[in-house]
Design a protein around this ligand. Structure first.
Ligand SMILES: [Zn+2]
Length: 470
């Protein structure tokens, strides 16, 4: 597969570092609100990238973080009169509801910043030891001038970056672009103990620390919106590479902007839409099809019209699927035709579908191929005698594979619908045993694992009850 690597500014053959395994990190949401449709774009396109890599037989370790502590979290929690952990819990649940509804497969791990404070502190300490960071009044800053390659992702020098950036003047910083790794606690803010006093991590460091923890010091792919190139991803590279001395990420991929009626989405313009609101008007399949109708690196324009077109396109796909199922199920009175033409066409389109996906995930091209297949299937089904069972099976297999990657027909392999009743009961027994042995860590881990898979435990005087989340 070829991917456009923003680090080299070239389309390159993508070959994972460890054969057969892809280590893939995507910057996840800050969980202070419902995610908007601009955020839904990277979630959907990188879900498709992952699905395609999996279809080719690779194992993908997919990590997407939750930023559950930062200024936005603190301010919103204050507004709502709840704690930051309460706010995080509320919007992590909302994230899963919306993402599941949009057919976005769950990540291998969704690490939270607040659960990785020791890893973050260790990384900051390592940077101080190596002379790349300095502490002032309980804050710790990364010193950009100590990392010679700073700017290599955005392809700008320190001077160019400095003139283009909005920078708070802070006398305590050695260079205006130095950024916070650790922030000293301000009155009333949540904090953690650290060698520099109570405080909390900066935003950039959490991604470096969690990517290294789950994917190793060098990972294959790191993805996010193009608005994250600078400073977020530039800073992630600086922190990780200054600490480890190794290349942090081999392939950087970024998606283009989502515009609304040809304008940048913003709350002040009033053209701001959450994925949750969008789901009220359009089906998840139509939303996905719309998101995949442009190349992921190009801008895409959201409008009612484009979503109506996507809705009609999904209907065409689903009608074809239903007709195909009916043809398969209906025994033909006359002997079936040979279906050679259909077989040949499906074979050709299977190759072309792969070619489009291998070409830097050209989902627009792949969708085009899918619609060519629909045309071929519909026209074959109109013939008398109808095509034979073998060619119908081939057409069905093509549509299933295409949908397994794109998720726009709603026929793909079902996602994990949760553990079976037996498995849940077994886990509860294990947990009860762990509690008896006073191994509360293990007991909590079992509870968390089940919750992750949609099962809620409730301890009562009669023992543990459980139910599935809807
Ligand atoms: Zn990030």
């Amino acid at each position: 597969m070829k991917l456009y690597n923003d680090l080299t500014r070239r389309k390159e053959d993508f070959i994972p570092l460890v054969p057969g395994e892809v280590r893939f990190y995507v910057c996840g949401p800050t969980v202070y609100d419902f995610f908007h449709i601009g955020n839904a774009r990277p979630f959907i396109v990188f879900d498709v990238m992952r699905r395609y890599l999996e279809l080719t037989g690779l194992k993908v370790i997919f990590v997407q973080n939750f930023t559950d502590i930062d200024d936005k979290m603190i301010n919103r929690a204050r507004e709502l009169g709840i704690t930051v952990p309460e706010l995080a819990k509320r919007f992590i649940e909302a994230y899963y509801e919306d993402a599941d509804a949009l057919g976005i497969r769950r990540a291998t791990v969704n690490p939270k910043a607040t659960e990785h404070i020791p890893e973050i502190i260790a990384l900051v300490e390592r940077l101080i030891e190596k002379g790349h960071a300095y502490a002032v009044d309980g804050d710790v800053y990364f010193e950009v001038s100590t990392f010679a390659e700073y700017g290599k992702l955005s392809k700008q020098t320190l001077e160019e970056l400095q003139s283009g950036a909005r920078i708070d003047v802070d006398e305590r910083k050695r260079h205006p672009l130095d950024f916070a790794l650790w922030k000293a606690q301000k009155p009333g803010e949540p904090s953690w103990e650290s060698p520099w006093g109570p405080g909390r991590p900066g935003w950039h460091i959490e991604c470096s620390a969690m990517a290294i923890k789950y994917l190793g010091e060098t990972a294959d792919i790191h993805a996010g919106g193009s608005d994250l190139v600078f400073p977020h991803h530039e800073n992630e590279i600086a922190q990780a590479e200054a600490a480890t001395g190794k290349p942090f990420i081999r392939t950087w991929v970024h998606n283009g902007y989502l515009l609304m009626d040809n304008e940048k989405m913003s709350k002040s313009l009033g053209n701001f839409l959450t994925a949750r609101e969008m789901r009220k008007s359009f089906s998840p399949l139509a939303i996905r099809l719309f998101m995949l109708s442009a190349h992921y690196r190009s801008p895409i324009n959201f409008s009612d019209d484009s979503l109506k077109q996507a809705t009609a396109a999904v209907e065409r796909l689903r009608n074809c699927w239903v007709a195909l199922q009916e043809a398969k199920a209906t025994p033909s009175a006359s002997p079936a035709g040979r279906g050679d033409v259909l077989s040949k066409e499906i074979d050709r389109l299977t190759g072309r579908f792969r070619d489009e996906m291998e070409d830097d995930l050209n989902t627009a091209g792949a969708l085009g191929v899918l619609f060519e297949a629909v045309k071929a299937i519909n026209s074959a089904l109109r013939e008398t005698p109808p095509p034979d069972a073998q060619s119908l099976k081939e057409a069905e297999a093509f549509m299933l594979d295409a949908d397994d990657v794109l998720g726009v027909v709603g026929i793909g392999k079902e996602k994990d619908s949760g553990p079976s009743d037996e498995e849940v009961e077994g886990k509860i027994l294990q947990r009860t045993a762990a509690k008896k042995a006073k191994d509360f860590k293990q007991a909590d881990a079992i509870r968390a694992e089940l919750l992750e898979r949609g099962v809620v435990l409730e301890d009562t005087s009669q023992g543990t009850r459980w139910k599935r989340q809807i």
